[in-house]
Design a protein around this ligand. Structure first.
Ligand code: SAM
Length: 240
């Protein structure tokens, strides 16, 4: 193990996430593929090993510090980009059934390649806009947990993500610095989409010490048929 991997394994161990040699190897292969493919396409601005392990891998897994993954079966990651947060979560919690939705096909091809190289089972990479995919019966009102990191402001994200969540399930939005203003602005979209904010968790990245927030939203009832609106509208004209 190199020093970054040792650091990463220790930080996760402190949070109750124990990684086997196979799981550490999967993270290493993921890192190598990310850097290799990033030369051909835009996947991430962060490529230094230490930074990827902290700001992408650790940050992604931090969702499991607050939400019990052992009680979660299905998860959908909306606007996953290079696979965050769902692929690090899948590596740590192999029982998860993961659906990834992204509107950029090149990123979906990258993710499909990573899934094959890492030998991950039950990961489905779907190319399309969230607004269209959540209209399909196979994806609507279905998932225990839906998540999105760095995709849009919460008022717009609610409309992209909540239609995927099963009634009683959770949408967890991963944010950086203090999201108070976004939360304030998202009140109308929550009531329109039959959902309720139940928690805002805070953490600091262990080395860099920057702030992260996880907004936890419960879905109280099925999404009304009129949502989401036409593709593009939820982010262009969010419900406010
Ligand atoms: N979640 C990743 C992360 O934290 O690194 C990627 C964030 S990247 C800034 C946003 C991603 O959302 C992009 O890959 C983009 O293609 C995708 N995206 C934007 N709007 C979308 C939509 N309406 N439906 C599906 N994916 C979308």
């Amino acid at each position: 193990m190199n020093s970054t991997e040792t650091w990463f394994a220790e930080r996760l161990q402190e949070r109750g996430v124990a990684l086997s040699p196979l799981q550490l190897q999967q993270f290493q292969t993921y890192y190598e593929l990310l850097v290799e493919w990033n030369e051909k396409m835009n996947l991430t601005g962060i490529t230094e090993r230490e930074a990827v392990y902290e700001k992408h891998f650790y940050d992604s897994v931090s969702l499991s510090f607050f939400l019990n993954m052992n009680e979660t079966s299905s998860i959908a990651d909306i606007g996953s980009g290079a696979g965050f947060p769902s692929l690090p979560l899948k590596i740590c919690f192999p029982h998860l059934k993961v659906t990834i939705v992204d509107s950029l096909n090149k990123r979906i091809q990258f993710l499909q390649h990573v899934v094959e190289r890492l030998g991950l089972q039950d990961v489905f990479c779907v190319h399309g806009r969230a607004e269209d995919i959540s209209r399909l019966a196979a994806h609507r009102d279905r998932y225990d947990l839906v998540t999105a990191r760095a995709v849009a402001r919460l008022s717009g994200l609610n409309e992209l993500c909540l239609p995927f969540v099963r009634r009683g399930g959770v949408f967890a939005s991963m944010k950086g610095a203090d999201p108070a203003e976004e939360v304030q602005e998202s009140k109308r979209s929550l009531s329109e989409l039959k959902a309720k904010l139940v928690d805002i968790h805070h953490l600091k990245l262990p080395f860099e010490q920057s702030d992260r927030h996880i907004i936890v939203i419960n879905k109280l009832a099925e999404t009304p048929a009129k949502y989401p609106r036409k593709a593009g509208l939820p982010l262009k004209q969010p419900i406010v």
